[in-house]
Write a protein that binds this ligand. Structure first.
Ligand code: APR
Length: 311
């Protein structure tokens, strides 16, 4: 257990993440911060009142400023807006970049030693904004995308094979979006290559469904997007850090030559421990997988170009 984890954004993803973090007792205090008056306070109080039933001693508090967040060892960033009708992708990027910029300035001032886990979309670009504005090293600004994409992929595989989700080992790399790269060659069912258990058309269908995982949920919900699996994913990353587990998880990390790519956030296999991002693992990729990763990086760089970091 650490002293303090702050979750910025008390919307669907943020509030659910705060509750999951508290239920796992990852920190003595969880601070929920949002710009809307009353919402973080009300949700935090409601969660804290569940503590005697769920049996956790983590105190959950809400605030509209960062004073209670001071000194947090981990900050989860979920602040942002969803794309509204008529809004272009670039408009969304610029709006969320402004929000994440403002949040990052507060993190830099009040939580200078924090490890920041970014969830706000478009993920890879928001990670870059956070890193630039806080000035934190890459070890302390990590994005949540691959854990979620991999969870979706594993859930669909488990369903197709009628086996436990626990027995599916897999990794989805690349960007968070259309350019994600599920590594079929590294997908196993308790060590058995998945290609021995499912034929190519079945696997292709699952890969396609994984790519559209976020959109599938939005189509059902109509307003709002996924939050149960995203909050579970960022909680798993926080747990790996708090408990210094040295987990190998696919996360968005700032690559500096790994996989032959530099100067961009990209989903790669990462070792997470108390130091944050402790190592990026470089695995052998097929020609097609490397080409897909290069394409992912180019797409992220293109979106980065739409954002100005000037104050
Ligand atoms: N500081 C703090 N909170 C903010 C700020 C800000 N500057 N600007 C907006 N927020 C808050 C909103 O008030 C809202 O409560 O961020 C919250 C976002 O919550 P939701 O709209 O419910 O969105 P959610 O589904 O939680 O998704 C949040 O995570 O997965 C991503 O794509 C998703 O970028 C989105 C983010």
């Amino acid at each position: 257990m650490i002293e303090k984890i702050t979750v910025v954004g008390a919307g669907n993803v943020g509030a659910t993440a705060a509750q999951r973090i508290a239920e796992k007792a990852l920190a003595r205090t969880v601070v929920l911060v949002d710009v809307i008056e009353g919402v973080p306070q009300g949700k935090a109080l409601d969660q804290w009142e569940s503590a005697p039933i769920e049996g956790f001693d983590t105190h959950v508090v809400g605030a509209n400023d960062y004073i209670p967040a001071a000194g947090s060892e981990i900050v989860v960033v979920t602040a942002g807006i969803a794309r509204k009708p008529g809004m272009s992708r670039d408009d969304l990027v610029r709006t969320n970049a402004d929000i994440v910029k403002q949040v990052s300035q507060q993190i830099k001032q009040h939580c200078p030693k924090a490890i920041v886990l970014v969830v706000s979309n478009p993920l890879d670009v928001m990670c870059w904004v956070t890193k630039q504005v806080t000035g934190f090293p890459r070890e302390r600004v990590i994005g949540m995308a691959g854990v979620l994409d991999t969870a979706r992929y594993r859930a669909f595989l488990a369903e197709a094979l009628d086996v436990s989700v626990e027995d599916i080992q897999a990794m989805v790399l690349g960007g968070h979006g259309d350019t994600m790269v599920p590594l079929i060659s590294y997908t196993t069912v308790s060590g058995i290559p998945v290609t021995q258990l499912l034929d190519k058309p079945a696997l292709d269908k699952i890969v396609e469904r994984t790519r559209n995982g976020g959109a599938e949920i939005v189509t059902f919900l109509k307003t709002g997007s996924a939050y149960y699996a995203p909050s579970a994913a960022v909680t798993e990353m926080a747990e790996a850090i708090v408990r210094d587990k040295k987990r190998i998880l696919p996360c968005a990390a700032w690559v500096q030559g790994e996989y032959g790519i530099s100067g961009v956030y990209l989903g790669v296999p990462c070792k997470l421990g108390r130091g944050g991002l402790e190592r990026i693992l470089e695995v052998k990729l097929s020609g097609d997988e490397q080409a897909a990763l290069n394409k992912s990086a180019a797409a992220v760089q293109e979106t980065m170009a739409a954002v100005s970091l000037k104050p």
